[in-house]
Design a protein around this ligand. Structure first.
Ligand code: JHZ
Length: 389
């Protein structure tokens, strides 16, 4: 049974950056978050229909940061040890992971038509569809069982996890491995990073919950890597039931039990911290404006859509957002309609404070913007607590 613990209010589609004339018809939904007593899954009360989010107009490009380019290259090099391995990627986006593999070895699945075309153009067989048991059967008939099924920041986007895992189990070789990365619930709780919750993230995973749901679908968690990317993620290795389990699984589960991720009360306390974080962020931004400082936002992220809409942050508090993604530039942020411009145009001498929408890339950004910091420019973040850095 799902028990609600957090209400993040009316929210738009997090990655649907819009033009002025689209404001009137903007889609809004109630973003409410719950804990499922049976599986221990943190999940939304009601899910947004996937085609509303993932379609030919999707704007998020995984390859927009050097950190992620390097991250996927390193992982591919470590996995690609046997040239006969067959690998399939679910949610291949703009090819940031798959491009590290030969086209003869790898298959892509990507429901966003614009990005499916990109991996097709790179030479990869690409299925422009959502991940379902029907698609998995079709791929099995066309290409046979797979040795590795990979997904990065994709599985937590899919409402029906039972269907997803059944589809993986039936396509995986007997000794095959399903590897997937998603934000870690432990990190979200530790950092009050409630902005990891938006329409595209119907669930935030603990290892405990994942193992429960995988097990009822013929799979189990066999190893966990804790990663620093995207504000703290877990890389889960799952195999068919009966396979040897690495000690990292129990280590992660017992840490999660210490944090109370298997108990509803933990999330009630988290909701109180979220409320406080909102108050603190509004206070800091209002103070900057009172002092006539210029405040912008760095990175038009999905995460900042949750923050801006939950906290009611409009162009009155943040003048504009800079972002390197061509598909976002010249548009308005979803819901609170802050203009997005190029960094060349907007990240200049006039900026006093930049709220880090892309706080997860703070290291990469601080290195890149060292001149800004040297001349006294400051960043504002809410992670792990609201502060000026
Ligand atoms: P970033 C997306 O979330 C959506 P978002 C998705 N649901 C998901 O799960 C995660 O990614 C993984 C820009 N940028 O990665 C590029 C700069 O402008 O935090 C991006 O638009 N300058 C699939 O949207 C944004 O910031 C820079 O120097 O929250 C970062 O988005 C850098 C490094 C980034 O994901």
């Amino acid at each position: 049974m799902k028990k609600q613990f957090l209400n993040l209010g009316k929210q738009p589609i997090a990655n649907r950056f819009i033009y002025k004339d689209q404001i009137e018809n903007e889609f809004l939904f109630d973003l409410k978050v719950a804990f499922d007593e049976e599986t221990k899954l943190v999940t939304q009360v009601e899910y947004v229909d996937p085609p509303l989010m993932f379609n030919k107009n999707y704007t998020y490009r995984g390859s927009m940061s050097n950190t992620m380019q390097k991250h996927f290259k390193k992982l591919s090099n470590s996995l690609n040890t046997n040239p006969n391995f067959k690998i399939l990627e679910i949610g291949s986006n703009d090819g940031v992971f798959i491009k590290n593999w030969p086209t003869s070895q790898a298959i892509a699945v990507e429901p966003c038509g614009n990005f499916a075309k990109e991996t097709q153009n790179l030479g990869y067989t690409t299925y422009p569809e959502f991940w379902t048991t029907k698609l998995s059967d079709k791929i099995k008939a066309n290409h046979g069982h797979q040795d590795i099924i990979f997904a990065a920041n994709c599985i937590c986007h899919i409402p029906d996890l039972d269907e997803t895992f059944k589809a993986v189990e039936s396509l995986l070789n007997k000794n095959g491995v399903f590897i997937f990365e998603d934000p870690s619930l432990a990190e979200v709780i530790n950092n009050t990073s409630y902005d990891q919750i938006y329409d595209e993230h119907p669930h935030v995973f603990s290892v405990i919950a994942l193992d429960n749901i995988l097990k009822r679908n013929g799979l189990q968690v066999v190893k966990v890597d804790n990663l620093s990317v995207h504000g703290g993620s877990n890389r889960i290795y799952a195999q068919k039931l009966g396979t040897k389990v690495d000690s990292s699984v129990e280590e992660n589960k017992s840490y999660e039990r210490i944090l109370g991720l298997d108990k509803f009360e933990t999330f009630e306390r988290f909701a109180e911290k979220v409320e406080q974080s909102k108050k603190d962020l509004i206070r800091i931004l209002t103070q900057c404006k009172k002092e006539n400082k210029k405040v912008i936002s760095y990175g038009a992220t999905s995460k900042s859509t949750t923050i801006f809409n939950y906290c009611g942050i409009t162009p009155e508090l943040i003048d504009y957002i800079t972002d390197t993604t061509p598909e976002k530039q010249g548009k308005l942020s979803p819901g609170t309609h802050i203009p997005i411009i190029t960094p060349e145009e907007g990240f200049n001498e006039s900026v006093d404070y930049a709220y880090l929408g892309a706080w997860n890339f703070i290291k990469e950004i601080s290195k890149k913007e060292s001149k800004y910091l040297d001349r006294g420019g400051k960043f504002i973040t809410h992670v792990p607590t609201v502060k000026i850095v």
